[in-house]
Design a protein around this ligand. Structure first.
Ligand SMILES: Cc1cc2nc3c(=O)[nH]c(=O)nc-3n(C[C@H](O)[C@H](O)[C@H](O)COP(=O)(O)O)c2cc1C
Length: 347
Protein backbone atom coordinates (compact mmCIF):
# COMPACT_ATOMS: atom_id res chain seq x y z
CA UNK A 1 0.00 0.00 0.00
CA UNK A 2 1.18 3.49 -0.64
CA UNK A 3 -0.06 6.93 0.22
CA UNK A 4 0.33 6.72 3.92
CA UNK A 5 1.85 10.16 3.67
CA UNK A 6 0.74 12.87 1.29
CA UNK A 7 2.59 12.76 -2.00
CA UNK A 8 3.72 15.94 -3.65
CA UNK A 9 2.23 14.94 -6.98
CA UNK A 10 -0.18 12.35 -8.21
CA UNK A 11 1.25 9.01 -9.13
CA UNK A 12 -1.80 8.15 -11.17
CA UNK A 13 -1.08 7.74 -14.86
CA UNK A 14 -4.60 8.84 -15.74
CA UNK A 15 -4.61 12.31 -14.33
CA UNK A 16 -3.26 14.31 -17.27
CA UNK A 17 -6.43 13.99 -19.32
CA UNK A 18 -8.76 12.99 -16.55
CA UNK A 19 -10.22 9.54 -16.22
CA UNK A 20 -12.84 8.17 -18.58
CA UNK A 21 -16.26 7.88 -16.97
CA UNK A 22 -17.80 5.68 -19.62
CA UNK A 23 -18.13 2.86 -17.10
CA UNK A 24 -17.93 3.50 -13.35
CA UNK A 25 -18.51 1.59 -10.12
CA UNK A 26 -20.53 3.62 -7.63
CA UNK A 27 -19.33 4.82 -4.23
CA UNK A 28 -20.81 2.50 -1.59
CA UNK A 29 -20.19 2.78 2.14
CA UNK A 30 -18.60 -0.35 3.63
CA UNK A 31 -18.60 -1.98 0.20
CA UNK A 32 -16.25 -0.09 -2.13
CA UNK A 33 -13.39 -0.29 0.33
CA UNK A 34 -9.83 -0.48 -0.86
CA UNK A 35 -10.08 -4.28 -0.73
CA UNK A 36 -13.10 -4.45 -3.01
CA UNK A 37 -11.47 -1.94 -5.34
CA UNK A 38 -8.34 -4.02 -5.58
CA UNK A 39 -10.45 -6.97 -6.70
CA UNK A 40 -12.36 -4.80 -9.17
CA UNK A 41 -9.09 -3.61 -10.62
CA UNK A 42 -7.94 -7.16 -11.32
CA UNK A 43 -11.04 -7.50 -13.48
CA UNK A 44 -11.03 -4.18 -15.31
CA UNK A 45 -8.23 -1.69 -15.86
CA UNK A 46 -10.43 1.10 -17.20
CA UNK A 47 -13.53 1.17 -15.02
CA UNK A 48 -13.48 4.30 -12.91
CA UNK A 49 -13.74 3.33 -9.26
CA UNK A 50 -15.08 5.50 -6.45
CA UNK A 51 -14.22 5.33 -2.78
CA UNK A 52 -16.83 5.14 -0.08
CA UNK A 53 -17.99 8.59 0.99
CA UNK A 54 -15.63 10.23 3.49
CA UNK A 55 -16.93 13.29 5.33
CA UNK A 56 -14.89 16.46 5.39
CA UNK A 57 -15.12 16.35 9.19
CA UNK A 58 -13.57 12.90 9.33
CA UNK A 59 -10.75 13.91 7.00
CA UNK A 60 -9.97 17.13 8.80
CA UNK A 61 -10.34 15.97 12.40
CA UNK A 62 -9.69 12.24 12.07
CA UNK A 63 -6.91 10.02 10.82
CA UNK A 64 -6.57 11.53 7.35
CA UNK A 65 -4.01 9.03 6.09
CA UNK A 66 -6.16 6.10 7.13
CA UNK A 67 -9.27 7.47 5.41
CA UNK A 68 -7.40 8.18 2.19
CA UNK A 69 -5.35 5.01 2.14
CA UNK A 70 -5.39 3.17 -1.14
CA UNK A 71 -3.09 1.22 -3.40
CA UNK A 72 -1.77 2.69 -6.61
CA UNK A 73 -3.10 -0.42 -8.39
CA UNK A 74 -6.58 1.01 -7.80
CA UNK A 75 -6.21 3.90 -10.25
CA UNK A 76 -8.19 5.41 -11.91
CA UNK A 77 -9.83 6.26 -8.61
CA UNK A 78 -12.15 9.04 -7.46
CA UNK A 79 -12.51 10.20 -3.87
CA UNK A 80 -16.06 10.92 -2.78
CA UNK A 81 -16.55 13.62 -0.17
CA UNK A 82 -19.52 14.34 2.05
CA UNK A 83 -19.80 17.89 3.31
CA UNK A 84 -21.09 21.35 2.57
CA UNK A 85 -18.73 23.86 4.14
CA UNK A 86 -16.88 25.53 1.27
CA UNK A 87 -13.57 25.96 3.11
CA UNK A 88 -13.58 22.40 4.36
CA UNK A 89 -14.45 21.07 0.93
CA UNK A 90 -11.59 23.07 -0.59
CA UNK A 91 -9.19 21.70 1.97
CA UNK A 92 -10.31 18.12 1.31
CA UNK A 93 -10.13 18.61 -2.47
CA UNK A 94 -6.49 19.61 -2.00
CA UNK A 95 -5.95 16.49 0.07
CA UNK A 96 -7.46 14.38 -2.71
CA UNK A 97 -4.91 15.79 -5.11
CA UNK A 98 -1.99 15.36 -2.71
CA UNK A 99 -2.92 11.73 -2.14
CA UNK A 100 -3.01 10.96 -5.85
CA UNK A 101 -6.72 10.55 -6.59
CA UNK A 102 -7.88 11.17 -10.16
CA UNK A 103 -11.09 13.00 -9.32
CA UNK A 104 -12.90 14.45 -6.35
CA UNK A 105 -16.64 13.94 -6.17
CA UNK A 106 -19.21 15.57 -3.93
CA UNK A 107 -22.06 13.44 -2.56
CA UNK A 108 -25.43 15.16 -2.99
CA UNK A 109 -27.40 11.94 -3.22
CA UNK A 110 -27.17 10.13 0.08
CA UNK A 111 -30.42 10.38 2.05
CA UNK A 112 -29.60 9.17 5.57
CA UNK A 113 -30.82 11.11 8.62
CA UNK A 114 -27.40 11.07 10.10
CA UNK A 115 -26.00 12.98 7.17
CA UNK A 116 -28.99 15.29 6.78
CA UNK A 117 -28.37 16.73 10.23
CA UNK A 118 -24.90 17.73 9.16
CA UNK A 119 -26.00 19.10 5.80
CA UNK A 120 -24.43 16.31 3.83
CA UNK A 121 -25.88 14.36 0.94
CA UNK A 122 -29.25 14.58 -0.79
CA UNK A 123 -30.70 17.26 1.50
CA UNK A 124 -28.27 19.64 -0.21
CA UNK A 125 -30.37 19.46 -3.36
CA UNK A 126 -32.60 21.91 -1.49
CA UNK A 127 -29.65 24.32 -1.21
CA UNK A 128 -28.23 24.72 -4.71
CA UNK A 129 -26.43 27.98 -3.88
CA UNK A 130 -24.59 26.36 -1.01
CA UNK A 131 -23.55 23.40 -3.17
CA UNK A 132 -22.43 25.78 -5.92
CA UNK A 133 -20.32 27.71 -3.43
CA UNK A 134 -18.72 24.47 -2.23
CA UNK A 135 -18.06 23.27 -5.76
CA UNK A 136 -16.52 26.61 -6.75
CA UNK A 137 -14.16 26.45 -3.78
CA UNK A 138 -13.15 22.90 -4.64
CA UNK A 139 -12.46 23.85 -8.24
CA UNK A 140 -10.32 26.77 -7.12
CA UNK A 141 -8.43 24.55 -4.70
CA UNK A 142 -7.45 21.70 -7.04
CA UNK A 143 -6.59 20.83 -10.61
CA UNK A 144 -8.48 17.57 -10.28
CA UNK A 145 -11.85 17.23 -12.00
CA UNK A 146 -14.56 18.11 -9.48
CA UNK A 147 -17.76 16.15 -10.06
CA UNK A 148 -21.11 15.93 -8.27
CA UNK A 149 -23.27 12.87 -7.67
CA UNK A 150 -26.90 13.70 -7.05
CA UNK A 151 -30.50 12.57 -7.45
CA UNK A 152 -33.11 13.84 -9.88
CA UNK A 153 -34.73 15.59 -6.91
CA UNK A 154 -35.85 15.35 -3.31
CA UNK A 155 -39.37 15.37 -1.92
CA UNK A 156 -40.70 18.90 -2.27
CA UNK A 157 -38.13 19.78 -4.96
CA UNK A 158 -38.71 17.22 -7.62
CA UNK A 159 -39.81 19.22 -10.64
CA UNK A 160 -37.87 19.40 -13.88
CA UNK A 161 -37.29 23.13 -13.22
CA UNK A 162 -35.84 22.39 -9.77
CA UNK A 163 -33.44 19.90 -11.30
CA UNK A 164 -32.41 22.33 -14.05
CA UNK A 165 -31.88 25.12 -11.52
CA UNK A 166 -29.63 22.81 -9.49
CA UNK A 167 -27.57 21.71 -12.48
CA UNK A 168 -27.29 25.21 -13.92
CA UNK A 169 -26.06 26.72 -10.66
CA UNK A 170 -23.40 24.05 -10.37
CA UNK A 171 -22.45 24.44 -14.02
CA UNK A 172 -22.05 28.19 -13.45
CA UNK A 173 -19.75 27.35 -10.55
CA UNK A 174 -17.60 25.35 -12.97
CA UNK A 175 -18.85 21.78 -12.53
CA UNK A 176 -18.74 19.86 -15.83
CA UNK A 177 -19.61 16.33 -14.73
CA UNK A 178 -22.85 15.24 -13.12
CA UNK A 179 -23.51 11.69 -11.97
CA UNK A 180 -27.25 11.38 -11.68
CA UNK A 181 -29.04 8.67 -9.72
CA UNK A 182 -32.25 8.53 -11.70
CA UNK A 183 -34.70 8.61 -8.80
CA UNK A 184 -35.61 11.20 -6.19
CA UNK A 185 -34.64 10.77 -2.55
CA UNK A 186 -37.49 10.93 -0.05
CA UNK A 187 -35.93 12.50 3.00
CA UNK A 188 -38.93 12.01 5.28
CA UNK A 189 -39.97 8.46 6.05
CA UNK A 190 -37.74 6.20 3.96
CA UNK A 191 -34.52 4.52 5.05
CA UNK A 192 -31.42 4.89 2.87
CA UNK A 193 -31.96 1.33 1.65
CA UNK A 194 -35.61 2.00 0.76
CA UNK A 195 -34.48 5.15 -0.98
CA UNK A 196 -32.44 3.01 -3.35
CA UNK A 197 -35.46 0.97 -4.40
CA UNK A 198 -38.80 2.62 -3.74
CA UNK A 199 -38.78 5.95 -5.57
CA UNK A 200 -39.29 5.00 -9.22
CA UNK A 201 -36.42 5.21 -11.68
CA UNK A 202 -36.90 7.96 -14.25
CA UNK A 203 -34.14 7.51 -16.76
CA UNK A 204 -35.82 9.95 -19.14
CA UNK A 205 -35.08 12.79 -16.76
CA UNK A 206 -31.37 12.03 -17.03
CA UNK A 207 -31.54 11.72 -20.82
CA UNK A 208 -33.35 15.07 -20.92
CA UNK A 209 -30.54 16.66 -18.91
CA UNK A 210 -27.98 15.51 -21.48
CA UNK A 211 -30.19 16.73 -24.31
CA UNK A 212 -30.65 20.14 -22.70
CA UNK A 213 -27.00 20.56 -21.64
CA UNK A 214 -24.97 18.73 -24.28
CA UNK A 215 -21.74 20.46 -23.15
CA UNK A 216 -22.01 18.84 -19.71
CA UNK A 217 -20.88 15.29 -19.03
CA UNK A 218 -23.84 13.30 -17.71
CA UNK A 219 -23.34 9.89 -16.14
CA UNK A 220 -26.43 7.82 -15.38
CA UNK A 221 -26.87 5.65 -12.28
CA UNK A 222 -29.57 3.53 -10.67
CA UNK A 223 -30.79 -0.02 -11.20
CA UNK A 224 -28.46 -0.85 -14.09
CA UNK A 225 -27.57 -4.54 -14.30
CA UNK A 226 -26.67 -5.69 -17.80
CA UNK A 227 -24.41 -4.58 -20.64
CA UNK A 228 -27.44 -4.30 -22.89
CA UNK A 229 -28.89 -1.76 -20.49
CA UNK A 230 -25.55 0.06 -20.38
CA UNK A 231 -25.41 0.32 -24.17
CA UNK A 232 -28.94 1.68 -24.24
CA UNK A 233 -28.06 4.34 -21.63
CA UNK A 234 -24.89 5.23 -23.52
CA UNK A 235 -27.02 6.23 -26.51
CA UNK A 236 -28.36 9.07 -24.36
CA UNK A 237 -25.64 9.83 -21.81
CA UNK A 238 -21.84 9.91 -21.55
CA UNK A 239 -21.34 7.12 -19.05
CA UNK A 240 -22.92 4.55 -16.79
CA UNK A 241 -22.35 3.93 -13.09
CA UNK A 242 -23.24 0.57 -11.55
CA UNK A 243 -23.43 0.00 -7.82
CA UNK A 244 -25.03 -3.09 -6.34
CA UNK A 245 -24.67 -5.28 -9.43
CA UNK A 246 -20.94 -4.57 -9.64
CA UNK A 247 -20.61 -5.53 -5.99
CA UNK A 248 -22.73 -8.67 -5.90
CA UNK A 249 -21.51 -9.93 -9.28
CA UNK A 250 -18.02 -8.48 -9.67
CA UNK A 251 -17.14 -10.85 -12.52
CA UNK A 252 -19.23 -8.69 -14.80
CA UNK A 253 -16.35 -6.20 -14.65
CA UNK A 254 -14.09 -8.71 -16.42
CA UNK A 255 -15.74 -7.98 -19.76
CA UNK A 256 -15.90 -4.18 -19.34
CA UNK A 257 -12.52 -3.36 -20.89
CA UNK A 258 -13.33 -5.21 -24.09
CA UNK A 259 -16.99 -4.19 -24.22
CA UNK A 260 -16.65 -0.47 -23.45
CA UNK A 261 -12.98 0.46 -23.97
CA UNK A 262 -11.89 -1.73 -26.89
CA UNK A 263 -9.10 -3.22 -24.77
CA UNK A 264 -8.21 -6.79 -23.92
CA UNK A 265 -9.62 -8.19 -20.69
CA UNK A 266 -6.91 -8.31 -18.01
CA UNK A 267 -7.84 -11.82 -16.82
CA UNK A 268 -9.56 -14.82 -18.33
CA UNK A 269 -10.81 -16.60 -15.24
CA UNK A 270 -12.04 -15.80 -11.79
CA UNK A 271 -9.23 -17.96 -10.46
CA UNK A 272 -6.65 -15.79 -12.19
CA UNK A 273 -8.17 -12.66 -10.71
CA UNK A 274 -8.19 -14.06 -7.22
CA UNK A 275 -4.70 -15.51 -7.47
CA UNK A 276 -3.45 -12.09 -8.60
CA UNK A 277 -4.83 -10.68 -5.36
CA UNK A 278 -3.08 -13.10 -3.03
CA UNK A 279 0.16 -11.10 -2.55
CA UNK A 280 -1.90 -8.01 -1.75
CA UNK A 281 -4.03 -9.94 0.74
CA UNK A 282 -0.87 -11.30 2.34
CA UNK A 283 0.64 -7.82 2.67
CA UNK A 284 -2.57 -6.61 4.28
CA UNK A 285 -2.56 -9.58 6.67
CA UNK A 286 1.04 -8.73 7.52
CA UNK A 287 0.03 -5.27 8.62
CA UNK A 288 -2.69 -6.67 10.85
CA UNK A 289 -5.83 -6.50 8.69
CA UNK A 290 -8.21 -9.38 9.50
CA UNK A 291 -8.84 -11.76 6.63
CA UNK A 292 -12.59 -11.41 7.03
CA UNK A 293 -12.38 -7.65 6.29
CA UNK A 294 -11.04 -8.53 2.87
CA UNK A 295 -12.68 -11.86 2.13
CA UNK A 296 -16.23 -10.50 2.52
CA UNK A 297 -15.71 -8.65 -0.78
CA UNK A 298 -14.74 -11.86 -2.56
CA UNK A 299 -17.96 -13.72 -1.80
CA UNK A 300 -19.71 -12.73 -5.02
CA UNK A 301 -16.83 -13.63 -7.34
CA UNK A 302 -18.06 -17.16 -8.14
CA UNK A 303 -21.72 -16.16 -8.14
CA UNK A 304 -23.72 -18.65 -10.21
CA UNK A 305 -20.73 -20.94 -10.85
CA UNK A 306 -20.61 -24.67 -10.04
CA UNK A 307 -18.97 -24.84 -6.62
CA UNK A 308 -19.63 -21.13 -6.05
CA UNK A 309 -21.76 -21.85 -3.01
CA UNK A 310 -19.11 -24.03 -1.43
CA UNK A 311 -16.53 -21.32 -2.08
CA UNK A 312 -18.71 -18.80 -0.34
CA UNK A 313 -19.57 -21.09 2.52
CA UNK A 314 -15.97 -22.10 3.16
CA UNK A 315 -14.88 -18.48 3.40
CA UNK A 316 -17.86 -17.50 5.55
CA UNK A 317 -17.19 -20.33 7.98
CA UNK A 318 -13.43 -19.94 8.22
CA UNK A 319 -12.23 -16.43 7.44
CA UNK A 320 -13.26 -15.01 10.82
CA UNK A 321 -11.30 -17.60 12.82
CA UNK A 322 -8.35 -16.37 14.78
CA UNK A 323 -5.15 -16.50 12.75
CA UNK A 324 -7.02 -17.15 9.47
CA UNK A 325 -4.71 -16.51 6.53
CA UNK A 326 -4.28 -17.10 2.82
CA UNK A 327 -4.83 -20.84 3.19
CA UNK A 328 -8.55 -20.14 3.70
CA UNK A 329 -8.76 -18.47 0.30
CA UNK A 330 -6.62 -21.15 -1.34
CA UNK A 331 -8.78 -23.96 0.05
CA UNK A 332 -11.95 -22.12 -0.95
CA UNK A 333 -10.54 -21.77 -4.49
CA UNK A 334 -10.13 -25.52 -4.73
CA UNK A 335 -13.90 -25.88 -4.32
CA UNK A 336 -14.50 -24.33 -7.75
CA UNK A 337 -13.07 -25.73 -10.97
CA UNK A 338 -11.08 -23.41 -13.23
CA UNK A 339 -12.28 -23.62 -16.85
CA UNK A 340 -9.63 -25.17 -19.12
CA UNK A 341 -10.46 -23.02 -22.17
CA UNK A 342 -11.99 -19.94 -20.66
CA UNK A 343 -14.03 -17.47 -22.63
CA UNK A 344 -14.06 -14.06 -21.08
CA UNK A 345 -17.63 -13.78 -22.29
CA UNK A 346 -18.74 -16.37 -19.76
CA UNK A 347 -19.97 -13.49 -17.51
C1 LIG B 1 -24.32 -0.35 0.62
C2 LIG B 1 -24.45 0.93 -0.17
C3 LIG B 1 -23.75 2.05 0.24
C4 LIG B 1 -23.84 3.25 -0.48
N1 LIG B 1 -23.06 4.32 -0.11
C5 LIG B 1 -23.03 5.43 -0.91
C6 LIG B 1 -22.10 6.48 -0.68
O1 LIG B 1 -21.25 6.42 0.22
N2 LIG B 1 -22.15 7.56 -1.50
C7 LIG B 1 -23.05 7.66 -2.53
O2 LIG B 1 -23.04 8.65 -3.27
N3 LIG B 1 -23.93 6.67 -2.77
C8 LIG B 1 -23.91 5.56 -2.02
N4 LIG B 1 -24.74 4.52 -2.32
C9 LIG B 1 -25.63 4.64 -3.51
C10 LIG B 1 -24.92 4.11 -4.77
O3 LIG B 1 -23.77 4.88 -5.06
C11 LIG B 1 -25.86 4.14 -5.99
O4 LIG B 1 -26.20 5.46 -6.24
C12 LIG B 1 -27.15 3.33 -5.74
O5 LIG B 1 -26.87 2.08 -5.14
C13 LIG B 1 -27.90 3.13 -7.04
O6 LIG B 1 -27.12 2.41 -7.97
P1 LIG B 1 -27.32 0.82 -8.21
O7 LIG B 1 -28.77 0.60 -8.45
O8 LIG B 1 -26.47 0.52 -9.42
O9 LIG B 1 -26.86 0.12 -6.97
C14 LIG B 1 -24.67 3.33 -1.62
C15 LIG B 1 -25.37 2.19 -2.02
C16 LIG B 1 -25.26 0.98 -1.31
C17 LIG B 1 -25.99 -0.24 -1.81
Amino acid sequence: MQNQVPLSASTSPYQANGPSRRFCVAPMMDWTTSHYRYLARQLSRHTLLYTEMVTTGALIHGDTARFLRHDEAEYPLALQLGGSDARELAHCARLAEQYGFDEVNLNVGCPSDRVQNNMIGACLMGHPDKVAEGVRSMIEATDLPVTVKHRIGIDGRESWDDLCEFVEKLAEAGCRTFIVHARIAILEGLSPKENRDIPPLKYDRVYQLKAKYPHLEIIINGGIKTFDECHEHLRHTDGVMLGREAYHNPWLLAAVDSEFFGQAAPVKTRHQALRAMLPFIQSELDRGVFLTHMSRHLLGLFHGQPGGRQFRRYISENAHKSGAGLEVIETALEKVREPANPEIAEA
